[in-house]
Every structure is written in structure tokens, then in C-alpha cells.
Design a protein around this ligand. Structure first.
Ligand SMILES: Nc1ncnc2c1ncn2[C@@H]1O[C@H](COP(=O)(O)OP(=O)(O)OP(=O)(O)O)[C@@H](O)[C@H]1O
Ligand SMILES: [Mg+2]
Length: 233
């Protein structure tokens, strides 16, 4: 599913990632931990092809990312990866619903999957199903632009966007950081239901150790990364 070999990445001239080997099989639910600044977000961005390594190879679903052009990477990502970014990366001038259905504008595969899951409904009803499962059920909210939402609400919109249309892989970077315990539980329940139904591979970064037991595999980034990053918290 995902194979990393001899991977090196530096920000400017500062090495951040140096991983000999990491293989993540299809359907695995992987929890990645590590202190702040240890390179977790950098690694996730490399896996999704958002960043390109200076050395080494990353292959996703049998496709070496280095063989893809910039626009091919964009469509590969839209088809196969749902990414919950640490900073959400929502489009501020679009509504909640339009943000969530956006990947379906770039990917026929995601659109077809989403309509299948909608069971006769449309993309909007599928987006609302996910929002409701995540504890957002105020219809008035759905047509608002996302920058009128609280941070915790925005985080759930980002989560619904990543899950819509069942991508092969969901990458989640601190996806519960802004959620209270009730919404955190609803999020975890929904995420695992979606992943189990469609055999989605899940790569999940969190500082919240209480979530670890939900996962079948756990990695401490510092144990596989041959770079001495400073611990800042
Ligand atoms: N855009 C950037 N330009 C330069 N350096 C960066 C950039 N983004 C991150 N870094 C550096 O790379 C290192 C790893 O950062 P990264 O964001 O991957 O850490 P992290 O493990 O995700 O931390 P956190 O838990 O705080 O989110 C840090 O030393 C950081 O300063
Ligand atoms: Mg991070």
C-alpha cells in the first residue's frame, strides 16, 4: 500500500526526516506519535505528495510519487487520499457543504463512491450524513462560509471532507485537537466506521495517547527517524 525506502527530507538545510524503511499494508490503522517538532506533519505531507523528498522513494498504491508530474499528483491525491490537515486547509469563501464536496469536483472516483454511499441521495445529503454523525446538525450552519464557524466545527468539516467518497487512504494530522470529549468520541466512532466499511487505510497523528488503543499499529516517529529533532514541548 505505502512503501517508504531511504527517505530524506530537509527544510532548507536542516534534516527533518531520515527513514530507512516504512511499509504500511492495506487496511492498517496506524497511530503515529512523537513530540512537537519531530517531523510528523512533514512525514504526512511527504506521504501525500504535498512535499517532495530530496532523496529516496515513496510509493503509494504501487505508484512511485516521483514519477508523477505536479498535476498528476494532485489528481492522484484527490482520487485516493483524504487528508485532514493540522491547520484544516478549508477554503474560506466556500460554504460548509461546498468545502466537503470539493474533492468530488476533482475526482470522478470519489464522486462515484460518494453517490453510492448516498444510496439514492446526492453529494449534499452524503455530506450532511457525515456532518450529522460528527455532531453537526444545525442546517443553518451548512450554507455558511467556513470562516464563520468555530475552530472545533471547522475541524469536523475538514474531517467530513476527508471521509466523503471513501478514499483508499485517510491521513489525519491531529484531527481531534479542537474537539471536546463528546465530539472526539463521535469523530473516532464515525472515522472507524467509515474506514471499516470500505477497508480504508488510516494514518493518524496525535498527541492524545488515550486514542492509541483504537489502532492496530503504533509508531513513535523518533524511533524510526534517524534525525535528532529537538523536543520543544
Ligand atoms: N515550512 C517550513 N519551513 C521550514 N521549516 C519547517 C517548515 N515546517 C516545519 N518546519 C520544521 O520542521 C520540523 C518538523 O516540523 P513538523 O511540523 O513536521 O513537526 P510536528 O511533529 O508535526 O510538530 P507538531 O506536533 O507541533 O505539529 C520543525 O523543526 C519545524 O520547525
Ligand atoms: Mg504537526
Amino acid at each position: 500500500m505505502i512503501k517508504i525506502n531511504d527517505l530524506c527530507f530537509s527544510w532548507k538545510n536542516t534534516p527533518v526526516i531520515n527513514i530507512d524503511r516504512l511499509h504500511i499494508p492495506v487496511g492498517q490503522h496506524l497511530f503515529i506519535e512523537g513530540p512537537s517538532g519531530s517531523g510528523k506533519s512533514t512525514l504526512l505531507n511527504l506521504l501525500a505528495g504535498v512535499l517532495a523528498p530530496q532523496q529516496g522513494e515513496i510509493s503509494v498504491l504501487g505508484q512511485p510519487l516521483s514519477e508523477l508530474s505536479g498535476s498528476q499528483k494532485d489528481s492522484f491525491r484527490a482520487d485516493n487520499i483524504g487528508f485532514i490537515f493540522q491547520q484544516f486547509n478549508l477554503i474560506p469563501y466556500l460554504s460548509v457543504i461546498d468545502n466537503i464536496t470539493l474533492p468530488c469536483s476533482f475526482s470522478k472516483k470519489r464522486k462515484t463512491n460518494a453517490l453510492l454511499r448516498a444510496n439514492g441521495g446526492d453529494l449534499k445529503s452524503e455530506a450532511i450524513r457525515l456532518l450529522n454523525a460528527l455532531g453537526l446538525d444545525d442546517n443553518a450552519l451548512f450554507q455558511r462560509s467556513v470562516n464563520e464557524l468555530s475552530v472545533g466545527q471547522q475541524q469536523r468539516v475538514a474531517a467530513a471532507r476527508a471521509m466523503l467518497g471513501s478514499p483508499e487512504i485517510i491521513i489525519a494530522d491531529e484531527p481531534t485537537s479542537a474537539l471536546d470529549s463528546e465530539h472526539r468520541q463521535a469523530f473516532i466512532k464515525t472515522l472507524f466506521e467509515e474506514c471499516q466499511k470500505e477497508n480504508i487505510t488510516l494514518i493518524f497523528v496525535s498527541h492524545d495517547k488515550s486514542l492509541k488503543h483504537h489502532f492496530d499499529h503504533c509508531i513513535n516517529l523518533q524511533e524510526i527517524n534517524n534525525v535528532n529533532t529537538k523536543e520543544s514541548v
